[in-house]
Design a protein around this ligand. Structure first.
Ligand code: DC
Length: 205
């Protein structure tokens, strides 16, 4: 069996983690898990009136298919349930097992390199200025048919940054051994190329 090879990709909302993670996984033939979806799925169930911890403990694959997962309301709800230590604990084993699966995996989130898989062979911290991230998120939301304004999206991005960075349990921060990629002035191709170069160097070790 091949030794596990984990790529941990952390960073704030809308920095380009999702695009970079998918491209890195495809390039190296690794499985990919967007861990934000787990918190979003718990957020959806909380908005439907469920206790978030119960929801996290009983999450099923079908929860990850909800059409609402990408909405702005669900993003905020995800960031709120993510503050609850019991919610994080309930999602831990699944993420750890995925990270160490045979054949290797890319996980993107907020705490992959620091808490979920500190032994990850490659760690990236993907970031960009709040304004650039809000502009990207605005375009993405409009593409998906959600009508909204730049100032609203910027306020949402900043509120989420604040909650994700300042929570006591597994706050968003770069692991000490993570390589930071600031995508503020990079296009997608350049950002993906930078990430692939970092991972390729780690794979060659
Ligand atoms: O990556 P995303 O925007 O889909 O994440 C939604 C929220 O979920 C984010 O604001 C914080 C939380 N989250 C987390 O706390 N830890 C992770 N590993 C992934 C997401």
């Amino acid at each position: 069996m091949t030794a596990p090879f984990t790529v941990a990709i952390d960073g704030p909302a809308a920095a380009g983690k999702g695009t970079i993670s998918k491209a890195v996984a495809a390039h190296f033939g690794l499985a990919h898990l967007d861990t934000g979806l787990l918190y979003r799925a718990v957020g959806v169930r909380m908005l439907l009136g469920e206790d978030p911890t119960k929801a996290a403990q009983t999450l099923v694959a079908q929860d990850l298919e909800s059409p609402d997962l990408r909405s702005a309301d669900v993003a905020q709800a995800a960031s709120k349930v993510a503050v609850i230590p019991d919610v994080r604990a309930a999602l831990l084993d699944f993420q750890r097992a995925f990270a160490r699966r045979a054949g290797g995996a890319v996980l993107d989130g907020r705490d992959i390199g620091t808490v979920i898989c500190p032994q990850a062979e490659a760690k990236l911290f993907v970031t960009a200025s709040p304004e650039v991230r809000a502009q990207r998120r605005l375009a993405e939301l409009r593409d998906r048919g959600f009508e909204t304004e730049f100032d609203t999206v910027l306020a949402d991005v900043k509120a989420r940054d604040d909650r994700d960075t300042n929570r006591a349990d597994a706050p968003l921060r770069p692991a000490d051994d993570a390589v930071t990629i600031d995508t503020s002035s990079l296009d997608i191709d350049a950002a993906v190329a930078a990430a692939i170069a970092v991972v390729a160097a780690r794979r060659a070790l």
